[in-house]
Structures are given as C-alpha cells and as structure tokens.
Design a protein around this ligand. Structure first.
Ligand code: HEC
Ligand code: HEC
Ligand code: HEC
Ligand code: HEC
Length: 500
C-alpha cells in the first residue's frame, strides 16, 4: 500500500472523527457553561422570554407545555359533582388540568371567575391568581403581601398576565431554586417536620411545586394601609398546623369553624379541598424514599452532549424512558398498566362516594323542605362536611392515586363511611316527616344536575363571553402598554373552553 493511501485512511478513520469529537466537546462545554452562567435578569422578571434568551433549552421545553391543551370537562363525566358543589363556583365549570402555559388563560376563561365589569367587582378575591403566574411574587414584592391579597380578582387583571414562569421557581441572580411564596415557608415552619431553612436541594425540587400543588384557604386578615385605613385581606394559608393528613386539616378547619361556602341544597357549611398534591405525595412510596416531583415531571434529558432538566412539566407516562426507567427495570407497557390499575381502583371508590354524597345533599334539602329543625339536621350535616372533605382531599390533586395510593384509598374509604352515616341519619329524619320513600331527582348528566341545582348556565356563559370580549381585552392592552405582558407564552394558543 502506498504511503499516501495509508495517510488518507488514517486521517479518515482516526484524525477527522477525533477532530469532530473535539469540536463537539468544545460546543458542549460552551453550552454547559451557558447553562451554568449567571444571567442578567431583573428581580421577579415575569416575562419568561427574557429568561429564555439565556436558557433556550429550558425555555423551549417549557413552551412545549402548550401541547397539553385538551379540555377534559370533569362535570360532564361526573355529574354528581355538580350537586356536591351547589352554590359554589365549581358547579359551573371544572376541567382537568392542562399544561402550565395555560394557567392564566384557564383562570380567565373558566366560568368560576365570572364576568367582572370593573376592578372592584366580583365574584372572586385577588387570591385566585396566586398559583397562576410569576406576576404574583412580583406584585407581592412591590405592594406587600397584605395589599396583594386585598380586593377582588379583577383588581389585578391588568397586572397578572403571564402564565407560570421562570420567576416562580428561580432566583434571578443565582438561578438557584427558590420558594417565591412566603406562605409556604410559614406553613412548613408551623407544621414542623421540615423547617424551610433546613430544606435540602433535593427537597427544593419538590417544594417549588408545593407552592401551588398544595391545600390552602383564604384566611381573613385585618391590616392597616399607608393612609391609616383598616383593610381586609384574604391571605392564602396552608392549614398544616396539625399535620398533613385529611383528619389533621379537617380538625384545623373545624377548630376555626371555617367554611368555604354554605351548600345551596343541604345548607352544610362546606370545605373545598384545593389540590393537596405535596401533602399526599410525601406519604407515598416515592415521597418516603426521597424521590422529588422533578424526578418524574421534569426529568433530565440530553440534547447532543448537554444534559438539562426538561421544563415540559407533564405526565411522566409520556416520557417513561427518562422517568420511571431511570430507576426501575420494567418496560413501558408494564408501567402504563400499573398506573392504570391504580387509577381504576381510585375511580371505583371515588364514584361510590360521589353518588352517596350527592344523594345525601338532596335528601337533606328535602328534609329542610319538610320542616326539619337545625338541631335535627346538625349531626347529618357534619357527616356530609367531613365525608366530602375527605373525598376531595383524596382526589383533588389528580395524581394522588399514583403518588400515594394507600392514603388515597384510605381517605375514600373513610369518606364512604361518613357519607353513609349522613344518609342513615337523613333517612330517619325523612321517615319522621313521613317521606321515608323519598326519591332524589335525576342528576345523571351535567345538564340535568345543573337544572336540579337551578344554575342559570346560559346567562353565565353569555356574561362570560361579554367579559372576554370587553374588559379582558382591555387588561391585555393595558399590561402590554406597561411592558408587563410577554406575548410569546401564549403565541399560537387556541381558545378552548368547555362551554362553547
Ligand atoms: C415549576 C418550577 C420551575 C419553573 C417554572 C422553571 N424552572 Fe427551571 N428548574 C426547575 C427545577 C426543579 C430544576 C432542576 C434543578 C436542579 O435539580 O438543580 C430547574 C433547572 C433549571 C436550570 C438549571 C439547568 C437544568 O436544566 O437543570 C435552568 C438554567 C433553568 N431551570 C431555567 C429555567 C427557565 C429559563 C425557566 C423559564 C422558562 C424555568 N427554569 C422555569 C424548576 C422550574
Ligand atoms: C405557580 C404555581 C405552580 C407551580 C410553581 C407549579 N405548578 Fe403545576 N400546575 C399549576 C396550575 C395552575 C396547573 C393547571 C394549569 C391549567 O390547567 O391551566 C398546573 C398543572 C400541572 C400539571 C398537569 C399538566 C398537564 O399537562 O396536564 C402537572 C403534572 C404539574 N402541574 C406538575 C407540577 C410540578 C411537578 C411542579 C414543580 C416542578 C409544578 N407543577 C409547579 C400551578 C403550578
Ligand atoms: C415517581 C414519579 C412521580 C413523582 C415523584 C411525582 N409524580 Fe406526579 N404523577 C406521576 C404519575 C405517573 C402521574 C399520573 C399521570 C397520568 O395519569 O398520566 C402523576 C400525576 C400528577 C398530576 C396530575 C396530572 C394530570 O394532568 O392529571 C399532578 C398535578 C402531579 N402529578 C404533580 C406532582 C407533584 C406536585 C409532585 C411532587 C409533590 C409529583 N407529582 C411527584 C408520577 C410522579
Ligand atoms: C428517582 C427514582 C425513581 C423514579 C424516577 C421512579 N421511581 Fe418508582 N420507586 C422508586 C423507589 C426508590 C421506590 C421504592 C423501592 C423500594 O423500596 O423497593 C419505588 C417504588 C415504586 C413502585 C412500588 C410501589 C409499591 O409498593 O406499590 C412502583 C409501582 C413504582 N415505583 C412505579 C414507578 C413509576 C410508574 C414511575 C414513573 C412514572 C417511577 N416509579 C419512577 C424510585 C423511582
């Protein structure tokens, strides 16, 4: 073989690949350095696109949350819920969660937030923005927490405009994970098993989520403003003082005689669980073994040689290879089957509870109609309150059936018990008033159930659409003029709701 041929072969097979490898390593080092670099981003910058200039991979993967855009109308699937939430916003409209990019869109579009006509009209308080947007920590920082929590939801319509974003979880100077909602820090310290100051990096990979995926209520708090005037704030507060379990939180609310609303049919002082995702998760096998939310919902992924956290927060079943299979050796089909089985078991018990509770509310309404007294009704209503709370606590976080199946099924079991106790007591009252055979009205579809609770659905929809075409458009315009609104996060988003 000629010397020149040998040189050619050597260069093709060895030198060129080595050179290319060197290039790609350099590229990777540069990319990895960019990830580690400290950016120049303003404190509580709520426009994610600004952060995205420095961190394109995290930003691009975050933008993929837009793909989770399906409207899944839960009231249509589970009409009993309409009866269970009579007199409360959730009976109007309730969809399963979508991607983080939709947080503002869905909050503004849902019939629950109604159709305000100006900054001071209801129905909801400012607190309803709290788990939707990085504009929230920005405003809390600017105005103070009490001022932020004062007034109606519509007050911040032209300030809170960007969906969940970088500033919700990251420090602008160090990019470290950080809790931007002080009420979580206060709640952890009050509960006591993990003081915020002692939280490890791995724990922060869950605590950033716990800022929003947790149970809360609006605690009425008096404060004095700069003009010396007394104001009332509805401050988001986690009821964790007695512990994380359904019973501990139930006792917390009972001690304060707190009610989210009075049930329109049964007149029960009700509790609405929000989404105790963190509290239930930590009781499960993964929580107990120190696995964090981010391990499954924000897995490390590779692009070329660069490793980064996927910010496409979604179902881990859509990326089993980078989630479950990182720690377990089963295959995709098996994982899906495991999760499905847990979901089916939860659904079976959950549907049992909802059917019993809806009937209990209707039977209570009938008993009132027949002239039952408060004293007669009180024990049954307490059972309804506790039964519905325990049911809601068990399922409202959507993922608890997988995160903590035992705790979920235990909660549902005790809810069935409470709800049946209520029905036995109510049937005795009905018998006393000569209506032992009372048959509850048909609530087998969303429409029928909404008719049973006399919900003026069409009017609500009409007013909502007027609001969306009017005041809501002004909000976006004003926020754009103030330089607050980041149009990129909602670019390409299609308007989707359950009512049109
Ligand atoms: C819901 C909370 C949350 C939001 C919102 C969020 N991040 Fe993160 N981010 C995390 C978590 C959790 C990690 C993993 C941190 C770790 O393990 O060190 C992370 C990691 C990072 C890192 C470190 C490198 C990596 O990929 O692991 C960067 C850079 C980053 N995020 C940028 C962003 C940007 C840019 C945005 C906005 C588009 C954003 N993040 C939004 C939670 C969040
Ligand atoms: C600032 C509040 C906030 C933070 C922080 C937050 N979430 Fe969410 N999350 C929400 C809201 C609100 C929704 C529902 C959005 C909708 O339906 O429009 C949601 C939806 C979800 C969904 C459903 C997504 C889908 O496509 O169905 C998952 C999963 C989820 N979050 C997990 C997490 C995890 C894990 C973290 C932490 C890494 C986290 N979230 C941090 C508020 C938050
Ligand atoms: C071991 C993996 C794992 C961990 C850790 C984990 N999750 Fe999940 N999560 C899942 C699975 C699996 C589902 C069910 C997904 C499905 O049904 O497609 C789920 C569902 C959810 C849902 C409901 C999504 C929907 O659209 O219905 C939310 C919200 C959620 N998780 C938030 C969290 C939060 C917050 C944490 C931490 C406190 C967490 N998860 C920790 C695996 C995990
Ligand atoms: C970061 C590592 C990690 C990830 C990611 C992870 N797991 Fe696990 N998983 C664990 C650990 C640790 C245990 C406890 C193992 C033990 O004690 O034997 C566990 C236990 C389990 C168990 C047994 C629980 C029981 O007793 O029924 C199941 C089922 C399971 N995981 C499913 C999943 C699925 C599905 C996913 C993906 C959505 C997943 N895991 C993701 C670490 C992980």
């Amino acid at each position: 073989m000629k010397k020149s041929t040998i040189v050619t072969i050597v260069s093709v097979t060895v030198i060129i690949p080595l050179f290319l490898l060197g290039l790609s390593i350099n590229e990777n080092i540069a990319a990895q350095e960019a990830i580690n670099a400290v950016p120049k981003i303003a404190k509580f910058e709520s426009r994610s696109a600004e952060w995205g200039k420095n961190f394109p991979r995290e930003y691009d993967s975050y933008m993929l949350t837009k793909k989770s855009d399906k409207i899944d109308d839960v009231l249509k699937k589970e009409p009993a819920l309409v009866v269970m939430w009579a007199g409360y916003g959730f009976s109007k409209d309730y969809n399963a969660p979508r991607g983080h990019a939709y947080a503002i869109e869905d909050n503004v579009n849902t019939l629950r937030t109604g159709a305000p006509v100006d900054a001071n009209s209801g129905p909801m308080p400012t607190a309803c923005w709290t788990c939707k947007s990085p504009d929230v920590p920005r405003l809390m920082d600017k105005k103070g927490e009490n001022d932020y929590f004062t007034g109606k939801w519509a007050r911040w319509g032209n300030e809170i405009v960007n969906p969940i974003g970088c500033a919700d979880c990251h420090d602008n100077e160090t990019m470290k994970l950080t809790v931007t909602r002080d009420y979580l820090k206060r709640a952890l310290d009050a509960e006591g098993s993990l003081k915020y100051a002692d939280a490890s990096h791995q724990e922060l990979r869950s605590l950033v989520c716990a800022q929003c995926h947790a149970e809360y209520y609006f605690k009425m708090t008096e404060w004095t403003d700069a003009n010396g005037e007394k104001q009332k704030a509805g401050v988001v507060t986690f009821p964790w003082e007695n512990g994380f379990s359904a019973e501990a939180m139930e006792a917390y609310y009972d001690q304060r005689e707190f009610a989210d609303w009075t049930h329109a049919l049964s007149k029960t002082p009700m509790l609405k669980a929000q989404h105790p995702g963190y509290e239930t998760f930590i009781t499960g096998i993964h929580g107990q073994n120190g696995v964090a939310c981010a391990d499954c919902h924000m897995p490390y992924v590779r692009e070329g040689g660069v490793k980064y956290s996927s910010h496409n927060v979604r179902s881990p079943l859509e990326d089993i290879e980078n989630t479950c299979m990182n720690c377990h050796s089963k295959n995709e089909k098996e994982f899906k089957a495991i999760v499905q089985r847990k979901l089916d078991r939860k659904n079976e018990l959950s549907r049992t509870v909802t059917s019993i509770l809806a009937q209990a509310h209707l039977e209570a309404a009938r008993a009132w109609e027949l002239g039952a007294t408060e004293e007669e009704m009180k024990p049954a209503l307490l059972d309804i309150r506790h039964g519905q709370w325990r049911w809601d606590y068990s399922i409202a976080a959507h993922g608890s059936f997988f995160h903590a199946p035992e705790e979920t099924l235990r909660g549902l079991g005790s809810a069935i018990n409470k709800a049946q106790d209520a029905r036995i007591k109510l049937r005795l009252i009905l018998a006393k008033y000569n209506d032992a055979e009372y048959v509850v009205p048909d609530f087998s579809s969303k429409e029928k159930a909404q008719a049973v609770i006399r919900l003026p659905y069409e009017k609500l929809v009409e007013e909502k659409i007027q609001f969306l075409n009017g005041l809501r458009k002004d909000w976006v315009k004003q926020a754009t003029e103030k330089g607050l609104f980041d149009p990129k996060t909602t670019e390409g988003v299609v308007y989707k709701v359950s009512y049109q």
